[in-house]
Design a binder for this molecule. Structure first.
Ligand SMILES: C[S@@+](CC[C@H](N)C(=O)[O-])C[C@H]1O[C@@H](n2cnc3c(N)ncnc32)[C@H](O)[C@@H]1O
Length: 553
């Protein structure tokens, strides 16, 4: 094994001095860190990734790059470690959803690493270089980069918060073990596979997918009902909507005829495309095509779910045409006679052509809850497509691999948190913020976002791409929202505070007050500050000083 390569070690999980006691860390509330014998990931730098943190910075708003009514939305330019630590006192325990799309460490100029920033997290990282595959310490460097960032994300998450991390197979295994350590294996919600492309390279396993690791801060507090989307369901409902749109009266028989014809034409066209090209972009209706009936309530399937395996109810259901009792399920009906009467009165029972057949029950497509399935199939090209549409081809040349907005919409929506505060510390072209605004537009939610992006030395695309993308999307797609653009400023210490304008001090107090209500007051600070800012309300002032004491570095 090469020097500096991480190794999987054996160890017991513990937070006790002698490695015996397993429980949450009394200070941070984090799951215990494994140590000693047992099985966990070890690498050079593991000891310090939770403590080697930069000093908080002042975050300065730039009105000329901000847009519209921010409503709590923030776009922040800077290193995400330095920015997250600056946000911590205000946002700790408040983020509902974090989405991370970090560099995958492919060796192809995606992961830039700075030794000087590793040694001094406050450094500006002028020595940043891309890590190549020939670098024997590349995985150690990646872990030392991801460790502190994930640790801060964990701290920022609310107890019910959920964290999604995109990754390829290069760092999948190490990321999984790192997240197991930070979040606790018991809080792993699952691993999603995102199949976004088609690869025809026959010289290796044709890789067509990536992963999204999903963890909860505390699984028992996270959402109980995950919402999945079915393209087939959406297609069928949309087809029915189109057929009934604008009609004053719904003639059920003729709508059903047209609806079935539309399904047949769609299935036929898809078959033909696959025969000709080997693939088709048309939605695969699969088993959903059995929702081929309509009535005035909508689209439904006739299901045989009227029987009970044992101990059912026996009574007669009279066929409306032959006026004879319909064939009964062998072990009886699963509904009581009273319930059956109600279902009949509500027109929710389907009869066969005569009484020789058992009755069926209507299952409406709109009522079908789709689970969040572990394989997501959103075409990757939708990502470049929406960027190109908004800002033209140069934007795609500048940022060739944005995630599809639809993919991030699906992740955010699946949690059911429609008022979520969403954090994306690797914001790139701003896909997550775009997804937040689109979702709000479609379901009336009140989600907000915090985007952090550093850009590169040569291109600060937080301002050249991300901000213009969001403002253009708001205008072109008529999305609700705006944002404040901020830049990472001076280190937050006594000198920096003494130099601030009144307005900036007020902002600082608001941002450093952990309660956000002016009540997070731990202790009263030094006299010189009090004299200088005597105009401030004492409570707010004390709060500021209390936090500053902990910030001073
Ligand atoms: C894979 S891209 C994210 C793409 C994004 N999801 C999208 O759809 O546009 C990773 C981004 O993280 C940014 N990044 C990397 N390290 C960072 C750091 N330390 N602080 C802030 N941003 C960083 C990179 O500049 C890059 O834009």
């Amino acid at each position: 094994m090469r020097k500096n390569q991480p190794i999987a070690r054996s160890g017991r999980t513990s937070n006790g001095r002698n490695g015996r006691k397993a429980g949450l860390d009394p200070v941070t509330g984090a799951p215990p860190r494994p140590a000693g014998p047992g099985m966990y990931l070890h690498w050079e730098g593991r000891r310090g990734y939770r403590t080697r943190m930069p000093a908080p910075r002042v975050l300065d708003p730039l009105p000329e790059l901000s847009y519209g009514e921010p409503g709590g939305n923030r776009v922040i330019e800077g290193d995400n470690l330095q920015v997250m630590i600056s946000l911590r006192s205000h946002y700790q325990g408040t983020i509902d959803i974090a989405y991370l799309d970090p560099p995958y460490n492919t060796g192809r100029n995606d992961f830039a690493y700075s030794d000087s920033r590793y040694n001094d997290p406050n450094a500006d990282a002028d020595d940043m270089v891309y890590v190549g595959n020939e670098d024997g310490g590349r995985h150690t460097k990646w872990l030392n980069y991801m460790g502190p960032r994930l640790w801060l994300v964990w701290q920022l998450l609310a107890d019910h918060g959920v964290c999604f991390v995109s990754i390829s197979d290069v760092e999948l295994f190490r990321l999984g073990l790192l997240m197991d350590e930070i979040f606790g294996e018991q809080n792993r919600l699952g691993v999603l596979v995102w199949k976004g492309s088609i690869e025809n390279n026959a010289t290796q396993i044709a890789s067509e997918h990536e992963y999204v690791l999903c963890y909860a801060k505390r699984k028992e507090r996270a959402t109980r009902v995950w919402k999945g989307q079915s393209e087939a369901k959406e297609w069928l409902l949309a087809t029915y909507r189109d057929l009934t749109k604008g009609r004053r009266r719904v003639n059920v028989a003729s709508i059903e005829k047209e609806y079935r014809a539309a399904i047949r034409a769609h299935v036929e066209q898809r078959k033909q495309e696959i025969a000709e090209n080997g693939e088709s972009d048309l939605v695969d209706l699969g088993r959903a095509a059995r929702y081929r009936h309509v009535d005035k309530r909508g689209v439904y399937a006739a299901e045989d779910h009227t029987d009970k395996p044992t101990g059912g109810y026996f009574y007669d259901v009279i066929h409306p045409v032959t006026e004879k009792p319909c064939k009964k399920p062998e072990s009886g009906y699963r509904f009581t006679e009273e319930t059956m009467d109600r279902l009949l009165a509500e027109d929710r029972i389907v009869f066969g052509k005569d009484h020789q057949r058992q009755v069926q029950v209507k299952k409406y497509l709109a009522d079908v809850a789709e689970p969040l399935r572990s394989v997501l199939t959103t075409p990757a090209k939708l990502g470049t497509g929406s960027l190109r549409k908004l800002l033209g081809p140069p934007a795609v040349a500048q940022f060739p691999h944005p995630k599809p907005v639809e993919l991030i919409e699906q992740l955010l929506w699946s949690t059911g948190y429609d008022d979520a505060l969403v954090l994306d510390p690797f914001a790139g072209s701003g896909t997550t913020a775009h997804a937040v605004m689109r979702l709000n537009a479609s379901d009336g939610g009140s989600r907000r976002f915090i985007m952090i992006e550093e850009g590169t030395r040569d291109d600060r695309y937080c301002r050249t791409l991300l901000a213009p993308r969001l403002s253009t999307a708001i205008e072109q797609e008529e999305l609700p929202g705006g944002f404040t653009f901020e830049v990472k400023g001076r280190r937050l210490n006594r000198g920096a505070i003494l130099d601030l304008e009144r307005e900036a001090i007020a902002n600082l107090i608001i941002h450093t007050d952990a309660t956000g209500k002016g009540r997070g007051i731990a202790r009263v600070g030094g006299l010189s500050l009090r004299r200088r800012f005597g105009w401030l309300r004492c409570g707010a002032f004390a709060c500021c000083c209390g936090h500053l004491a902990s910030f001073a570095s």
